[in-house]
Design a binder for this molecule. Sequence first.
Ligand code: C2E
Ligand code: MG
Ligand code: MG
Ligand code: MG
Length: 283
Amino acid sequence: KVKESGKNEVLFFNTEMQQSLMERIRIENCLREAIENNELSLVFQPQYDAHSHGLRGFETLLRWNSAELGAVSPAKFIPIAEETGIIVNLGEWVLQKAMERFRDVHRTCAVKPILSVNISVVQFMEPSFVPMIQRILEQTGFDARYLEVEVTESVCICSMEQVLTALHQLKAMGIRIALDDFGTGYASLSYLQKLPIDTLKIDKVFIDSIIQERESHLMVGSIISLAHHLGIDVVAEGVETNKQLDYLQSRGCNYIQGFLWGKPLAGSQLEELLSKQPERVAG
Ligand code: C2E
Ligand code: MG
Ligand code: MG
Ligand code: MG
């Protein structure tokens, strides 16, 4: 139902759908200007060897502090960025900033942490994606062998031929491929064999329930051994308790990412963690 206001504006009744549509449009409009307005930043969550506790690398996570909307969670704005195509620019910005930052880290730190970056399927399927990565690698001087791109199972609904071509091009450049959020989406186990994956990230929903639920417990154990048979490393996401850690260690899970050992870090916190790593010998 529509009603006329005094100024000839058309007003809609505030249904829930209407409100959520308005919110999306507001987020979309603000998001379009987020880069220009300097509202975006990156945080980096450490990943550790599950047994030695040695630093493996960091996952890059995007943060948006909007002047108009306040802090907006990526779970909210990434899907909108994907639907509107804004993700293509956002994703490029993330890659550029993260590689600039970690090029400098690699110059000063003896251990060279891996830099993982989330790639949306929308961004990944752009024909310009692989050349864009190549250009940023050249521009920043970041060593491709330390770059890991995280794609989700949703690539599996796209043309397999196109996906495989892009993945093999990335591999040929020396880049690692991680399959993110494993177990939540479309992929069947057979994709582990079809795609040239180096790393499998088991989603937090499974890690959350390994202690309480026998099924997830069995599933996580089986996924780890299947991955290992295929020569794929496993990162467990969202590890929050020592019980979860114990179980993952007992099943030979390679790496741990979670609040138990490290939250996403920015600025001085990241500096502090890196300063505890050995220094690079100058020259
Ligand atoms: P993701 O790639 O699976 O990233 C892991 C998410 O789990 C992050 O949430 C991280 O903060 C959170 N997390 C890690 N360990 C724990 C834990 O122990 N407990 C809890 N409660 N959470 C934990 P975040 O940063 O909110 O990001 C959510 C999602 O947004 C990401 O899931 C990813 O899909 C997307 N995202 C974030 N940054 C980017 C980006 O730069 N590009 C794209 N395309 N997507 C991004
Ligand atoms: Mg990820
Ligand atoms: Mg994930
Ligand atoms: Mg996730």
